[in-house]
Design a protein around this ligand. Sequence first.
Ligand code: DGY
Length: 418
Amino acid sequence: DATLSREAQAIITGNDRGGYTVPTAGLYPYQWNWDSAIVAMGFAAFDLDRAWAEIETLVAHQWPDGMIPHIVFHKEAPTYFPGPNVWDTGRPVPTSGHSQPPVAAFCAEELLARDNGALGQARAARVFDALMRWHRWWHDYRDPGALGIVAITHPWESGRDNSPDWDEALKAVDGSNVAPYERRDLKHVDAKMRPTKEEYDRYIALVEFGRSLGWNARDIGQRNPFFVADPGTTFILLAADRALLRMAKFLNKIDDVPVIEEWIARAETGVNRLWDASQETFAALDLRTSKHGGGVSNAAMLCFFAGVGSNDQRAAMIGHFRRIRAKTGFGVASHDPDQPNFDSIRYWRGPVWAFMNMMIGRGLNEQGYEAEGHQVWEDTRALLSGYGFAEYFDCNDGSPAGGGAFSWTAATWLQYAA
Ligand code: DGY
């Protein structure tokens, strides 16, 4: 363990670009939102000051409307597409035009737990205010109907780019007329582990559409051809709201307490809209068509982390967990191996993601499913110690996939698996 922890530390410090950390060199040469927050938890294991700096840098690029963008383009890097000019958001330091799942609040809470004295409180208080504004942005602009579930406007906003959850809804996006572009991701990673060209064309079409609306969040909510409630983002936001509430009480942010309590109450009942009775799982819900899409994903397994679900819903999800685990070599698969569009090596269509396991495993433990929680922890340890700190792993044979020397995988080792 000590050797692996040293290796994990070296990966994170090697990817440190001064105040922010890249997910991995080459493939992802900028600051990514949820990567960065997870990495802060990794830093916290050996350098708490640097851990806070990671989150402070992230929130420093918040937009006036409250959004914290999914990429901050600190320095132009030719190895990535689409870069700042394609997004054209007009921000002083260029950023992308949408967000990414809000894991930062519970990451910040972890940092505060390591030092909750005067210094920790002062740093947490400043970050808290930015996170409060960001969560408000999610509730206002990504849940305009106050349904208690939040939508994403681009598969990249979910962080689960090519999950089958989006397949059906993406058909409404015309990718046939996008400006010519070159896939730079395929220079770093085998094409069989990445999204297809057809998917990429639609991803780029959505960027072009957002840009045509000047990245106005209200207009995008009304007019974007893709507006899909995401179980991942919804469950993460709920877990993050709970963390924010605990912080608000601890830091004496009394005025914010009732606001957060209302968000939580709305989500606790709202999540039932994500329940797909035909598949007996939480699933994506296309808010343009009111149809469920996808299937049993690792994001749906975050229901435990969010602390939701009736007894029947929980029993069904645990049933899926056991069925899927029995069919794969390692849990938790990002997509259901009993579905025809499952692919053990292709990004979010089957592979295992260590940082997702950290949230799923903790959720299972918190909700009293200790055998399953332990299984997730063991699988995560086995993957990282046996196959390295890869971006993700083949859920059948464990082989490393995507980018190597990956920051959030290393952080997950330090924070959870070691
Ligand atoms: C990519 O470019 O693959 C990223 O997932 C976008 O955030």
